[in-house]
Design a protein around this ligand. Structure first.
Ligand code: NAI
Length: 329
C-alpha cells in the first residue's frame, strides 16, 4: 500500500464539507490505492458538529481512511498536510458591506495561509473554495511566503463543469464527448465561459451552437448558476461544489486526460493571455507529475479578450480593496 496522505478540510461542519468528506474518504480525491488521514478544521462553535461528522466517517468503515481528527487550531490542523481544501469562509450577511466581507475573510485566509506555511508538508497543494475564492487564494498565498505560489489554486472547476453540462444539454450529447471547455477569470458573475476551443464528439462547438444562444443564454446561465441553485434549493450549491473540488485535486495530483484540458484557478506568472502576475485566475491547464501547465498559444478572439480583460479588471479591483485593508502586499 502507498503511504497515507494527510488532507485538511476547513469548514468541515458546513454543507460542502458534509458532501466532500465522504468522497475523500472513499478514495475519490487521490485514488483508490491511497490511504488518507483526514484533519477537520472548524471554528470552536462548530467543533461539536464536525465531531458528529467524524463519527459518521468512522461508522462508514472506509478501508482507505486511516484517521479522522477535528481541530479548532489551524497550526494543528495543517500539520503534515499535503492537500488543503479551504472551504470555510465568512458568508455575506444582510447589510454587510463588501469591505467588511473582504476583511472578515482576510482574517480567516491570512492566518490559515501562515499555518500552512509553518506546518504543512513540503509538497502541499491548496485549493481555495470559500468565497470570494480567487481573492481568498491570493491572501492565503501571500501569507505563505515559503510555499511556492503555484501551490495555491482557487476553484473554477464547478464553473467549468456547469459549462460542460449546459453545452451537453444543448447539443444532446454526453458530457464525456465534450473536450476543451474553458471558463476564464473569476468564480463570480464576471467569469467568461468560452466554447471557442471546445469540441463535441470531435466537432468544433462553435459550429454546433449559434452566437445568439451563447451570448444570451449560455454565458449568463453558467455565470449565474449559483444564484439559480439557491433559488431552487433554498441553499447554495454544496454537492456539486464538493464534486468539483474532488475533480480539481484528482487531476492536479494524478494528471489530466490526454487531448483535453480543464479550467483551473491558477497562479498567473504574467506570461499568459495578458493576465498580470500575481492573480489567481481561471485558465486552461493540463497536469502531469503533480503540477499544472497553462495551455499556451490559443488564438484569442476579440470577444474572448474582452471577457478576459473584464475579469482582470474585476480581480484587480478586489485585490486593491484587500490591499487597502492591509491584507496583502
Ligand atoms: P456553510 O456555511 O454550510 O459552511 C461553512 C463552514 O465553514 C461552517 O461550518 C463554518 O463554521 C466554517 N468556518 C467559518 N470560518 C471558519 C474558519 N475560520 N475556520 C474553519 N472553518 C470555518 O457553507 P458551504 O455551503 O459549505 O460553503 C462554503 C464556502 O464555499 C462559501 O464561502 C461558499 O460561498 C463557497 N462556495 C464556493 C464555490 C466555488 O465554486 N468556488 C461553490 C459553492 C460554494
Amino acid at each position: 500500500a502507498k503511504t497515507p496522505v494527510t488532507v485538511t478540510v476547513t469548514g468541515a461542519a458546513g454543507n460542502i464539507g458534509y458532501a466532500l468528506l465522504f468522497r475523500i474518504a472513499s478514495g475519490g480525491l487521490l485514488g483508490q490505492d491511497v490511504p488518507v488521514r483526514l484533519n477537520l478544521l472548524e471554528i470552536p462553535q462548530a467543533v461539536k458538529a464536525a465531531e458528529g461528522t467524524a463519527m459518521e466517517l468512522n461508522d462508514s468503515a472506509f478501508p482507505l481512511l486511516e484517521s479522522v481528527n477535528v481541530y479548532d487550531d489551524a497550526n494543528k490542523a495543517f500539520a503534515g498536510t499535503s492537500v488543503g481544501l479551504l472551504v470555510g469562509a465568512r458568508p455575506r450577511t444582510k447589510g454587510m458591506e463588501r469591505a467588511d466581507l473582504l476583511e472578515a475573510n482576510g482574517g480567516i485566509f491570512g492566518p490559515q495561509g501562515k499555518a500552512i506555511n509553518d506546518n504543512a508538508a513540503d509538497d502541499v497543494k491548496v485549493l481555495v473554495v470559500g468565497n470570494p475564492a480567487n481573492t481568498n487564494a491570493v491572501i492565503a498565498m501571500q501569507s505563505a511566503p515559503d510555499v511556492p505560489n503555484d501551490r495555491f489554486n482557487a476553484m473554477m472547476r464547478l464553473d467549468h463543469n456547469r459549462a460542460i453540462a449546459q453545452l451537453a444539454a444543448k447539443t444532446g450529447s454526453a458530457v464525456a464527448d465534450i473536450k476543451k471547455m474553458l471558463v476564464w477569470g473569476n468564480h463570480s458573475a464576471d467569469q467568461y465561459p468560452d466554447v471557442s476551443y471546445a469540441t463535441v464528439a470531435g466537432k468544433p462547438a462553435p459550429e454546433l451552437v449559434d452566437s445568439e444562444w451563447l451570448d444570451s443564454y449560455f454565458v449568463p446561465t453558467v455565470a449565474k448558476r449559483g444564484a439559480a441553485i439557491i433559488e431552487a434549493r433554498g441553499a447554495s450549491s454544496a454537492a456539486s461544489a464538493a464534486s468539483s473540488a474532488i475533480d480539481h485535486v484528482y487531476n492536479w495530483v494524478n494528471g489530466t486526460t490526454e487531448g483535453d484540458w480543464v479550467t483551473g484557478g491558477v497562479y498567473s506568472d504574467g506570461s499568459h493571455y495578458g493576465v498580470p502576475e500575481g492573480l489567481i485566475f481561471g485558465l486552461p491547464v493540463t497536469s502531469k507529475g503533480g503540477s499544472w501547465d497553462v495551455v499556451d498559444g490559443l488564438e484569442i478572439s476579440a470577444a474572448t479578450q474582452a471577457g478576459i480583460d473584464h475579469n482582470i479588471k474585476a480581480a484587480q479591483e478586489e485585490l486593491d480593496a484587500v490591499r487597502a485593508l492591509g491584507l496583502i502586499k
